[in-house]
Structures are given as structure tokens and as C-alpha cells.
Design a protein around this ligand. Structure first.
Ligand SMILES: C[S@@+](CC[C@H](N)C(=O)[O-])C[C@H]1O[C@@H](n2cnc3c(N)ncnc32)[C@H](O)[C@@H]1O
Length: 260
């Protein structure tokens, strides 16, 4: 999995038609949600920041942001992207399942966006990650997860997901994924066909990973089990469905299902 994102790091922005525009849009959308759900909350921990799409977006809007990710190459690029924009973000390499040991409990918000948590392949690992995110928050803090809605995705083999064509620096890139399901898990191959437009030389990059096509209902259930209150799915606020929850203050805290 680390290899997948280490290899993807230099190409990651190509997943988007226009990465800078997406950074701006995601910043607007996330800050609108934060202001409506947790007004005044400003310190953010992004536990799967990748090359910094949401971390940079929120820092550009004045949030104080800390970012970590399993992929050292993505963290290296995130640092480079932030410096190029003269933005100060504390980036480090780390596993979201160890987020509390890495970062402590000082955050107003914890985020993990763009379908990162389905890289955790079991319910036990997802629960562990949500418990760690919960532990990183101050009371009253909020958690935002963005994920694919796997209820809308067909199961099977040889499923092709086209991402389109991009051009930059005299090169053309054709991007597509191929998914092969086994039960509720799937192997993903991400192909980048790189064509040099002056020499017509072609190089194919293929990166492979595995995902758990976990349902949004299951994620809500696990977040609740991890201690979050007011757990809910939010549609239409971001380009993917969101699952959000709050670490309630003692007086607002309802018993969790396991305590009832
Ligand atoms: C699809 S990318 C999203 C990155 C970033 N949020 C963005 O939108 O640009 C998923 C990210 O999850 C990270 N990841 C996967 N498993 C992780 C784990 N256990 N702990 C921390 N990061 C993890 C990957 O390294 C990758 O950067």
C-alpha cells in the first residue's frame, strides 16, 4: 500500500482535471461544513493528508493544520507544495492507527478525506483508526471522513474506471483504474499511460493496491462504537459523501450503544 502511494506521489495531481482548482473548492466546502457544525473550530489534524489536497486547502483558509500520512513520498511532496505556496503546515509520516501516539489530543477537528479509510481492510482496523481519531480530539471536537459510496458500485472483475486524459509539460497522460473484487474487497490497478508528445515515446506506469468496499452504514456504526456522538452521513456538501461525528462534552454525552 505504501508502495502504491509512494509511486503515485509525482502523478497524484493528475487524478484531478485541475488540482489547484480542486484544492480551492474542497477548502471552501470543508470550511463551510466546519462553520455550520463546529463554529470557531480552527486546529485540524489530517491523518491521511497525501500530497496535501485538504491540508493545504484548509491552511490557505487560515486553519492551523497538522498533516500525516503513511506514504513518505507523498509527505515529501506535500511539504514541497506547501512551501511553494508559503504555507506553514506541520507534516509527518505516520499511520492513522497510531495517530494519538504521534499527535496527542490537542485538535478541534480530525479529517481523513478522499476514500482513505477503506485502505484499512478489516472492521477491527477501522475501529482502531476511529478510536485514535477520537483520542486526538478535544471534547467538543469534530471528525470528518469522506468516502466512496460502495452501494453504488458494481461488484465483479475487470471493472474499468476511466479518469480521462491530462496534458502537461509536453506529455499526455491517459488514466484509468481496473478493479477486481473478491467478496467485499477489491484489488485496484491504477494505470498511467504517459506519452511524450514530441517523440511519441510511451511509458506505462501501473500501481496496485487493495481496498475494503465498506458501506457508509458500517462506517457510521464503527464511528459510534469508537465514541463519537451525532454520527451522520452528509450528502451534497463535498464531492464524496461525508461521515461526521462529534466528541461530545460530558454534559452533552449520550450513552453509546455498547454502554446502553
Ligand atoms: C486517496 S489518497 C487521499 C490523500 C489526500 N487526502 C488527498 O485527497 O489528496 C489516500 C491516502 O491514504 C493514505 N493512507 C492509507 N492508509 C493509511 C494509514 N493506515 N495511515 C495513514 N495514511 C494512510 C495513503 O497513503 C494516501 O495518501
Amino acid at each position: 500500500m505504501t508502495d502504491f502511494y509512494d509511486e503515485l506521489a509525482p502523478f497524484y495531481h493528475l487524478i484531478y482535471q485541475d488540482w489547484d482548482a480542486s484544492v480551492r473548492r474542497q477548502g471552501e466546502q470543508l470550511s463551510k461544513l466546519i462553520e455550520s457544525e463546529w463554529p470557531g473550530h480552527r486546529s485540524v489534524l489530517d491523518v491521511s493528508c497525501g500530497i496535501g489536497t485538504q491540508a493545504i486547502a484548509l491552511a490557505e483558509r487560515g486553519y492551523s493544520v497538522t498533516g500525516s500520512d503513511l506514504s513518505a513520498k507523498e509527505i515529501e511532496r506535500a511539504g514541497h507544495e506547501a512551501r511553494a505556496r508559503k504555507i506553514d503546515i506541520d507534516f509527518s509520516v505516520g499511520d492513522m492507527r497510531e495517530a494519538h501516539a504521534l499527535h496527542g489530543s490537542r485538535f478541534d477537528l480530525v479529517i481523513s478525506c478522499d476514500n482513505s479509510v477503506p485502505h484499512l481492510l478489516t472492521d477491527d482496523d477501522l475501529l482502531l483508526a476511529f478510536r485514535q481519531m477520537f483520542a486526538c480530539l478535544r471534547t467538543g471536537g469534530g471528525c470528518i471522513i469522506s468516502v466512496r459510496d460502495y452501494a453504488l458500485e458494481a461488484r465483479g472483475k475487470n471493472l474499468v474506471k476511466p479518469y480521462g486524459v491530462r496534458t502537461e509539460n509536453g506529455k499526455r497522460y491517459l488514466l484509468f483504474q481496473v478493479w477486481d473484487f473478491v467478496g467485499e474487497h477489491y484489488d485496484l490497478s491504477f494505470f498511467f499511460i504517459e506519452e511524450d508528445l514530441s517523440t511519441l515515446e510511451v511509458e506505462t506506469h501501473a500501481m496496485r493496491s487493495k481496498y475494503y468496499a465498506v458501506s457508509i452504514d458500517k462506517l457510521c456504526e464503527l464511528m459510534h462504537e469508537a465514541g463519537f456522538q451525532d454520527v451522520k452521513r452528509v450528502d451534497g456538501a463535498f464531492y464524496q459523501p461525508l461521515v461526521i461525528g462529534t466528541k461530545a462534552t460530558e454534559q452533552n454525552r449520550l450513552p453509546n450503544r455498547s454502554e446502553e
